[in-house]
Design a binder for this molecule. Structure first.
Ligand code: NFS
Ligand code: SF4
Length: 623
């Protein structure tokens, strides 16, 4: 009895859920139902299978076992499981970062087709890292920047990683040093979590969480930041402009290609190939009007903020894009890609094309990517999609009308430019109280939450309170679909925020890009802290992952907290089985790193708490 209206707030999405139901196509909502009731031990985080004397479960209430076979307590087990989630999340973001550095390396050393598009950004990154730029060849500067990044993945001394050292202010770095959580090497912090959490090593909640924090900082101020900066250098720094979002960006008469996943090293090339005149001619030969390449999830956001490519949806819409019956190929790389796509695609002519050597989907077409042959491979993928157009079954096609326009591309650079060169106008507005503060919202849909409901409700509630929203990931796609990223949406904001938005011509919520671009929010917060001569934890800022789902979101939340930001989670991570862990995350963290977690499923209540927190911070600052 779970109605489409209760599964998503978005009409186009509801329409496709109905179509799937009618055609007996199984989607994620059906599978969640089939999983009920989900395991209570798992939900509380108190099961362990880190060795095969287990699996062990702790009885949280009754008089069952309080220790695993080896003697591990609920506290140990929960802390270990949490640390492993962070390790996985940090690994995913950072490996993505590594792939971009490698693409640039391959371009410079072996002629891979990735020319540097943004020399200005390259120079500014180099300067931050202390690399000389005057009178030097671009190639030489790039080589030095690549070297610094590779060091961050591999250096063996105990100094803080180069990018964190270059980008974070001294106050923050001192806090990390004092707490013993300054990351030394992106890979090493992840490996150390795996070591500490294997059978019989670290059993102390605080030191396990501290290592989790260290790895997360290696993500936020390391791997993710490197991904963002190198992508800007290679593909251009996002600039503000108008885009389109939702399933309605698919076009009936065109060859539709959806690029889905996370790494623009691939999707950039697909978008280029989709503009190839020969392939467009071929599409016409098959009876299509042309090629329509659109994005999905974070790789979609990467394209959207840089090139204005339309985005067909966020995480919970991936199966539904195929259900339209109008997708010739869904091209996937890594992360947040449902294995079920292959099954949904079997009901249509759609080809799922997997491209990453890291991710093979049984039943999909495998066309594996290689930087050095990027152009040829991208063309082959697009050609495969074009040739599939004639297999489309017209009677199965139903594309929802729903789509919305949205302004996006608020990189820190573009934001500064919009503000006239510095953050001062924004800081003045915050000081005067016209804007009360800023909340960064990130990440995910989670099928346990009505699709986009938390994102939209929390955003609406906060802008009413004159709080400017910045954000990334599936939140950004949700807002784009809802029309929040239009300057005229400012009429829904409080008077103060509305006035500022109107005078600048910006929406009340700013799309900063994909989830690795959460690093942009850190850079912005850091800049503001420097300007005002305070620590990030003193600023009237907060964070939220209101439909959090992935391990990556756990890593993001943790590095937000460790950067001094009070961070709301709208879904509950599996940690409630340990009061000690919960206390460290929600209370003690304040004293150690200046930020902490806060869990609240109701976005209206969460907005209230976040607003109160921001007001408290204002008071402490005397503004
Ligand atoms: Ni972020 Fe992107 Fe979406 Fe969540 Fe998945 S697509 S990296 S993890 S679900 S926001
Ligand atoms: Fe059980 Fe300990 Fe092995 Fe975990 S590590 S499965 S608690 S014996």
């Amino acid at each position: 009895n779970w109605k489409p209206e209760d599964k998503s707030i978005d009409q186009a999405t509801q329409e496709m859920i109905k179509k799937a139901e009618k055609e007996n196509i199984e989607t994620i909502w059906d599978r969640l139902e089939a999983q009920q009731p989900q395991c209570g031990y798992g939900q509380l985080g108190i099961c362990c299978k880190n060795c095969f004397q287990g699996p062990c479960r702790i009885d949280p209430f009754g008089d069952g076992p309080k220790k695993g076979v080896c003697g591990a307590t609920a506290d140990t087990i929960v802390a270990r499981n949490l640390a492993r989630m962070i390790a996985a999340g940090a690994a995913a973001h950072s490996d993505h970062g590594r792939h971009v550095v490698i693409a640039m390396y391959e371009a410079i050393e072996h002629g891979a087709p990735y020319p540097i598009k943004d020399e200005k950004k390259l120079k500014s990154v180099a300067k931050k890292l202390g690399i000389a730029v005057d009178n030097r060849e671009i190639k030489e500067i790039a080589k030095d920047v690549i070297k610094k990044a590779f060091e961050d993945f591999g250096k063996q001394d105990d100094s803080i990683i180069n990018f964190a050292d270059a980008y974070a202010n001294d106050k923050r770095k001192q806090t990390w040093k004092d707490a013993g959580v300054a990351p030394r090497n992106i890979d090493r912090e992840v490996v150390e979590i795996m070591h500490r959490t294997t059978m019989g090593v670290d059993h102390d909640t605080v030191s396990l969480i501290a290592q989790g924090i260290k790895a997360s900082l290696g993500d936020g101020w390391g791997g993710s930041l490197i991904a963002t900066e190198f992508q800007d250098i290679l593909f251009g720094t996002p600039q503000i402009g108008k885009r389109e979002a939702n399933l309605g960006v698919l076009k009936e008469d065109y060859v539709n290609i959806v690029v889905h996943g996370h790494e623009p090293v691939l999707s950039e090339k697909i978008i280029e190939a989709a503009q190839d005149p020969e392939l467009i001619e071929l599409a016409k030969k098959y009876g299509a009007k042309g090629i329509n390449a659109v994005g999905m999830c974070c790789t979609g956001l990467e394209l959207l903020v840089r090139h204005g490519t339309p985005i067909a949806g966020n995480y919970l819409q991936q199966e539904l894009a195929i259900v339209t019956g109008a997708v010739e190929a869904m091209v996937v790389d890594v992360q947040c890609i449902m294995p079920s796509l292959v099954d949904v695609a079997r009901c249509f002519h759609t080809k799922i094309i997997d491209t990453s050597s890291l991710a093979t989907f049984p039943g999909a077409t495998h066309i594996k990517f290689d930087e050095r042959k990027a152009d040829e491979i991208a063309k082959e993928i697009v050609r495969t999609a074009v040739e599939n157009f004639s297999n489309r079954e017209k009677n199965k096609v139903q594309i929802p009308k729903g789509k919305s326009e949205a302004i996006g591309g608020f990189s820190v650079e573009a934001t500064l430019e919009a503000l006239g060169g510095s953050l001062q106008p924004l800081e003045d507005a915050i000081k005067s109280g016209t804007i009360r503060g800023i909340v960064g919202i990130v990440g995910c849909n989670n099928v346990k939450v009505k699709h986009n409901y938390n994102h939209i409700t929390l955003t609406n509630e906060l802008i009413k309170n004159d709080i400017l929203i910045i954000g990334t990931g599936c939140w950004a796609t949700a807002c784009a679909e809802y029309g929040i990223f239009l300057p005229e949406y400012a009429k829904n904001a409080g008077d103060g925020l509305r006035t500022i938005c109107e005078s600048l011509g910006i929406p009340p919520a700013l799309n900063m890009g994909s989830c690795v671009d959460c690093s942009r929010m850190l850079v912005l917060a850091d800049l503001m802290a420097r300007d005002l001569g305070v620590d990030i934890s003193d600023l009237p800022l907060a964070g939220s992952a209101t439909e959090a789902m992935t391990e990556k979101a756990v890593s993001i939340g943790t590095y937000f907290v460790a950067s001094g930001i009070f961070t709301h989670l709208g879904t509950t991570p599996p940690v409630l089985g340990s009061q000690e862990v919960v206390k460290v995350l929600t209370e003690n963290a304040f004293d150690i790193v200046g930020g902490a977690f806060y869990v609240e499923p109701d976005p209206v209540k969460a907005a209230k708490t976040l607003t109160e927190y921001i007001e408290k911070k204002r008071k402490a600052l005397g503004i």
